[in-house]
Design a protein around this ligand. Structure first.
Ligand code: PLP
Length: 373
């Protein structure tokens, strides 16, 4: 730990981002236990929620995962060469026009989200003289992606040739709110779609869906955030292990008198003498500007409030609660860790853990804790 922080400083980085691949593998195992009758896939879109798609997929593959989901075809093209041949790779956002041949050539499986995508993938199959795999998405109430009930019926009246439907899929809009009645309505709509495709395996649950009830598990679960340590249900105890730890270096400390203006715009004015520390990370590192005068860093169990605006490369915190010599230059404070979860930080910033993770900056010193450690 100390060694890593010294390495962070000498590398010139402003923060140390640790990604615990043991916790990731453990979270995958926990989710499998939670849905023992389903296959457990993994959503690794957006660079595995910012944590690094290559180490994350390698870890999950070693843990037994064979079904991987990205959002964009571009992400699939980048990832496919790093995945063993028996791993399946799905594109959640579907099939972009013009990308059919390359998806077919690379054994990438599009989620067909509309009749145009169905038609183009079937055309591609025909012109290649092959049967091509796909997932078919039904819109069960989110109005984002997927075929409507009428479109599913039309599909069945004249099923396109050359398509091997590997999955019938849909996505929950409110799975993070277990009391929300939308979940039950979507489940009913999903069952109506399933009746139309009785022999096709079904995938419905994201992280929140897995924890709703076994009725949502079906054949394949698709967790994202829970793998990465985010809480699946808003405001409930977190059954997952934290994967991310973020410590930020102290650049400087100072004592200011009452009446000092702090940071851009002077949005905080001290009412008494205060001790401050300037941290070497800011919104360019993905720490939301919405944390200005909100939220805190932590040091040895002491909460150190953020004062003034978050700048591009720095944040000022109040360290008056610490002993005068507690934080010399080159020491670190915790932003995400045992005292403050990624969900805590997100709440202070008025956002969700997903946004915090996917925005984690590229300037940190990144360390992956290997599974075998
Ligand atoms: C992002 C996404 C997931 C994963 O959702 P989490 O809430 O992170 O578990 C699953 N399915 C689809 C279609 C998605 O877009």
């Amino acid at each position: 730990m100390r060694n890593l922080l010294l390495q962070t400083l000498s590398s010139g980085a402003g923060g140390c981002l640790r990604i615990d691949l043991r916790a990731l593998a453990d979270n995958y195992a926990r989710l499998k236990l939670k849905a023992p009758h389903a296959v457990a896939g993994a959503v690794v879109k957006a660079n595995a929620y910012g944590l690094g798609v290559i180490p994350v997929t390698q870890t999950l593959y070693a843990a037994g995962c064979r079904e991987f989901f990205v959002a964009l075809a571009h992400e699939a093209f980048d990832l496919r060469p790093h995945l063993p041949g028996d791993a399946r790779l799905y594109i959640l956002n579907g099939l972009p026009p013009g990308a059919e041949a390359i998806c077919a050539a690379q054994a990438i499986i599009p989620v067909l989200n509309g009749v145009d995508q169905v038609a183009r993938w079937a055309d591609c199959a025909q012109s290649l003289g092959r049967v091509l795999p796909c997932a078919l998405q039904a819109d069960t109430g989110m109005s984002r992606l997927g075929l409507s009930t009428d479109e599913l019926d039309a599909f069945l009246v004249a099923p396109p040739k050359g398509l091997d439907i590997r999955l019938l899929m849909s996505h929950l809009a409110c799975a993070d709110e277990p009391e929300n009645t939308a979940n039950g309505y979507q489940l009913k709509a999903m069952r109506r779609a399933m009746e139309r495709f009785p022999n096709v395996p079904v995938s419905f649950a994201n992280s929140g869906g897995i924890f709703l009830s076994p009725a949502y598990h079906h054949d394949l679960i698709r967790p994202g955030i829970a793998l990465y340590g985010g809480v699946p249900h808003d405001g409930r105890p977190n059954p997952m292990q934290p994967v991310v730890r973020l410590d930020i270096a102290v650049t400087q400390t100072r004592t200011v008198p009452a009446g000092a203006h702090i940071g851009y715009g002077g949005t905080f004015i001290t009412e008494r003498e205060m001790r401050l520390a300037t941290l070497s990370a800011g919104y360019a590192d993905g720490l939301p500007r919405a944390l200005s005068n909100r939220g805190a860093a932590w040091f040895e169990g002491v909460r150190l409030p953020i004062l003034g605006r978050v700048s591009m490369d720095s944040i000022i915190i109040d360290i008056s609660a610490l002993k005068p010599d507690a934080l010399p230059t080159g020491s670190f404070v915790e932003l995400i860790g045992p005292h403050q979860s990624v969900d805590d930080l997100a709440r202070d910033a008025g956002t969700i853990s997903y946004e915090i993770l996917t925005q984690l900056g590229s300037r940190y010193f990144r360390h992956y804790i290997p599974v075998s450690s």
